[in-house]
Design a protein around this ligand. Sequence first.
Ligand SMILES: Cc1cc2nc3c(=O)[nH]c(=O)nc-3n(C[C@H](O)[C@H](O)[C@H](O)COP(=O)(O)OP(=O)(O)OC[C@H]3O[C@@H](n4cnc5c(N)ncnc54)[C@H](O)[C@@H]3O)c2cc1C
Length: 376
Amino acid sequence: MKSVIVVGAGIWGTSLALRLAETGWQVTLVEQHKPGHVRQSSAGETRLLRCSHGSDDWYARLAWQAREGWLRLSERAGEELYIEAGMVWFARTPDGWEHASAQVLKNLDIGCEVLDPSDGGRFFPEFRGDDLSFLLWEPSAGVLRARRATQVTAALAKDAGVRLVRGRATPVPGDGTRYRSAVEIDGETHHADRVVWACGAWLPRLFDGLPITVTKQDTLHFAVPSAWSLPETPAWVDHGASAYGHGDVDGTGMKATSDAEGPPYEPEHGSRAVDPDSVEQARGYLRRRFPGLADAPVLFSQVCQYALTPDAEWLLTEISPGVWVLGGDSGHGFKHGPAWAGYVAGVLDGAYEPEPRFGDHPRTPSRGLRTSGQTW
Ligand SMILES: Cc1cc2nc3c(=O)[nH]c(=O)nc-3n(C[C@H](O)[C@H](O)[C@H](O)COP(=O)(O)OP(=O)(O)OC[C@H]3O[C@@H](n4cnc5c(N)ncnc54)[C@H](O)[C@@H]3O)c2cc1C
């Protein structure tokens, strides 16, 4: 039986552990805290799922497969991990990112509809769209209950035979290779056929020279009247303004927040208090788009971190024989969890080589895959 140690029980590590255990691998999953702990990126209360990725169709296909994965996982878990409330994209120009997205979705037969800004009232109790060129409605998009989904995936992995070990793993230097296919925890060395370091924002501390920058991201949810709840009020993204959000889920309030990169951040000890400027930014956006919510009080906030690569493409690279780094999610990796795990499992099985886009090579800065067209 092939063996693997996966380090990191965020959504990427837990999804991979589950997938490998279900396809015949002996899996150990190592986590320094607990699956769903609040420092990990996967512990955001909610995450958006969308197939639109501008002109890129690789991630659009992956997101569509992942959507099916989330629906299946919800059925297995007996709870709604994915709320398919749809998403409205606010397009500022007729031929920009949203136009390219619509073309790709149409080519892939993924439902979408181009609407006039005056149709905004169909989706929001109050809407100002006089600065917009059109709306792109993506009905199969929606919102994941992210933290819960991470815990559920970890529990399913355990049921599938994954051994969950609590501890902080460190790489083991090799003889003649950079690293051995092993990890060290509390002075003890554990070997496996493969080791996968799925450590999110902690990766740059573990391995020198990775093309990953870690930034602090403040997330805000506002107290709103009940009409602003999911699924009636769907998810929304203003790519040109790097702003996104969704209607209230489970009483946590309406999310309205920025996808623009925050300041450099250290995920283990960095402050988890949101910056007052982030509140003002979000409020400024609400004032412009949903004016009646401009004075809504902050109900809930979270600090999270992005592990950004310059081009927002992920990193899946073998740094020594059998030793893989899986990271650089760039703030858009959650939704893909189940489908991405299937892809990575194929690479570990030797069924195919990873796409060159995931390699550790010089990268050209681009934000095209993120929901961040510019800063506020
Ligand atoms: C504010 C914000 C909004 C986002 N919005 C979206 C969205 O709408 N849609 C979307 O698809 N994605 C979104 N993302 C991105 C998404 O959350 C991430 O892509 C995803 O959670 C990454 O998961 P991960 O498993 O790689 O990392 P993490 O969830 O951070 O997990 C890494 C784990 O590794 C563990 N670890 C690290 N080092 C060690 C060690 N040495 N030993 C043991 N354990 C270790 C950590 O404790 C941690 O639990 C957003 C991210 C943020 C911050």
